[in-house]
Design a protein around this ligand. Structure first.
Ligand code: PLP
Length: 404
C-alpha cells in the first residue's frame, strides 16, 4: 500500500512548485501576438523584472532554460580565446565553465571545494597577478544548487576593486533570485543570469540576462555575437517579434506576469524573510536528526547556506533509498545529490537535497520534514529525536527579520 495518492509535492531545487494562480493564468486561449494585451503586458514586465533583480539597468528574456542564459551572457561580452576566471563552490560553476569552453573561451577554474564560499582574498591575489588584464570576466554562482553554498557577491566585487581589475563580474542567480537577498546594482554585479522555474515559480522555459552599462560597453567590443543570443534587439526591441528573436513564449509570459504580481504583492523583502525563516525550520530538524545517525547537512556554518536549498549527506545508498521511499510511499520528491560522488560513493547515492524555494509555506515545509522522518524510520536509518518539534518551534516563533 502507498500513501502517495493526493497532491504530489516536488521539493527539489527547481523546477519549484507552480502556484495554482500561475497555472490558471496559463490556461488561456492563444493570445494575439501582433498587438494588444500580450504585447503591452510584456513590455510592462521589464520594470518588474528589474525590481526583482534590484537593478535599474537592462534585461533580455530568452526562450531557454538556465543553460541558455549562461550561453547568452557569455556570447554577448566575450570573444573566443578570452580568458575567464571561474571560482567554483560546487557543480554549477563547472557547468558554466564548460559552456564557456564550448564557445572557445579559456576558463581557469579555481576550486574552493564543496563546503566553503569563494575566498575573496584568494580571488584578489589571482587578479593582482594578472597585470596585463587578460582575464575578461569572473563567473560565479551566487548559490550553488548542488552544495547549497551561498557566495557573497559584494565581497567578490570588493576583491575586483581592490585588485584594480576591470574584469566583468558575472553572477548566476538561477537558484537564488527571489529566494535569497540579491542586490545587483548595490553589489556591483555587471551581468546576472536567472531562470523562471525556481524563485519565479513558472514552468521551465524562460531565462533572463540582466546587464549594466559596463557590460553593454563590453558587448560593443565583441566582434561577432550570435544573432539568436544577441541581447541588443531583445533589450530594446523595435517591434514585438524581436523581443524574443521570433515568436513570443505566449503562455509562459502569462504565467510570469502572474508570478511577478504575486512577488509584488508579498514584497521582495518579505519573500527573502520567508525563505530565511523556512530554511531555519529545515535546518532545525536536520540538526536534531544529525545528533544521532548518519544524516548531516553539507554545510556546518548557517551563514553560508542558501535559503532555497539544503544539501545533505546520509550515508552511501541511503540518499537514494530515502528519495525512492518518500516519492513512492508519500508523494514527496526530494532532490538528487549532484556532483557529490567520491571514491567511497561513486554514484553519490549517499546524498539528497531538499528544495525549499518559491511557492512554499509552513505546512509544506513541515509536511516534507515529516515525510523525511517517516522515510528514515521505515528504512531504519538512525536519526535523532525531536526534529519535527524543533522545526515547528521555528515556525511558531514567526518570521525572522534579516539584517541588510
Ligand atoms: C538550476 C540551475 C542551473 C541550470 O538551470 P537549467 O534551467 O536547468 O538550465 C544553473 N545554475 C544554477 C545555480 C541552478 O540552480
Amino acid at each position: 500500500m502507498s500513501l502517495a495518492h493526493g497532491r504530489p509535492y516536488l521539493a527539489i531545487p527547481g523546477p519549484s512548485v507552480i502556484p495554482d494562480r500561475v497555472l490558471q493564468a496559463m490556461h488561456a486561449p492563444a493570445p494575439n501576438i501582433y498587438e494588444g494585451d500580450l504585447v503591452e503586458m510584456t513590455f510592462g514586465m521589464i520594470p518588474d523584472l528589474r525590481r526583482v533583480a534590484r537593478t535599474a539597468h537592462d534585461a533580455a528574456i530568452y526562450i531557454a532554460n538556465g543553460h541558455g542564459a549562461w550561453e547568452a551572457a557569455l556570447s554577448n561580452v566575450l570573444n573566443p580565446g578570452d580568458k575567464i576566471l571561474v571560482p567554483a563552490t560546487g557543480r554549477f560553476a563547472f557547468g558554466w565553465a564548460d559552456m564557456a569552453e564550448g564557445l572557445g573561451l579559456v576558463p581557469h577554474i579555481v576550486d574552493f571545494g564543496r563546503k566553503a564560499t569563494i575566498d575573496p582574498d584568494r580571488l584578489q591575489e589571482i587578479l593582482e597577478q594578472d597585470k596585463a588584464h587578460e582575464i575578461k570576466a569572473v563567473l560565479f554562482s551566487h548559490v550553488d544548487t548542488a552544495t547549497s553554498v551561498r557566495n557573497d557577491p559584494a565581497a567578490l566585487r570588493a576583491a575586483l576593486d581592490a585588485a584594480g581589475h576591470p574584469a566583468l563580474l558575472m553572477a548566476d542567480c538561477i537558484a537564488s533570485l527571489a529566494c535569497d537577498r540579491f542586490e545587483m546594482d548595490a553589489w556591483g554585479v555587471d551581468i546576472m543570469v536567472a531562470g523562471c522555474q525556481k524563485g519565479l515559480m513558472v514552468p521551465p522555459g524562460l531565462s533572463f540576462v540582466f546587464f549594466n552599462p559596463r557590460a553593454a560597453e563590453a558587448r560593443e567590443k565583441v566582434t561577432r555575437v550570435s544573432r539568436y543570443w544577441d541581447w541588443k534587439p531583445r533589450s530594446a526591441p523595435d517591434f514585438f517579434y524581436n523581443f524574443f528573436g521570433g515568436t513570443a513564449p505566449t503562455h509562459h509570459l502569462l504565467g510570469l506576469r502572474t508570478s511577478l504580481d504575486m512577488i509584488a504583492e508579498e514584497g521582495l523583502e518579505n519573500i527573502w524573510a520567508r525563505h530565511a525563516t523556512l530554511a531555519r525550520a529545515v535546518w532545525a530538524a536536520c540538526d536534531h536528526w544529525a545528533s544521532a545517525g548518519p544524516l548531516e547537512m553539507n554545510l556546518a556554518d548557517p551563514a553560508i547556506r542558501s535559503h532555497a536549498v539544503t544539501a545533505l549527506a546520509i550515508g552511501p545508498g541511503n540518499g537514494q533509498a530515502l528519495r525512492r521511499w518518500t516519492a513512492d510511499q508519500a508523494g514527496l520528491t526530494l532532490g538528487l545529490g549532484i556532483g557529490m560522488d567520491s571514491e567511497t560513493d561513486p554514484g553519490g547515492t549517499g546524498f539528497f537535497r531538499i528544495g525549499h524555494m518559491g511557492h512554499l509555506n509552513g505546512h509544506m515545509v513541515l509536511g516534507a520534514l515529516g515525510v523525511i522522518e517517516a522515510g528514515m524510520t521505515a528504512l531504519q536509518i538512525p536519526h535523532g529525536k525531536e526534529a519535527l518539534s524543533a522545526a515547528a518551534g521555528v515556525i511558531a516563533a514567526g518570521r525572522i527579520d534579516l539584517a541588510q
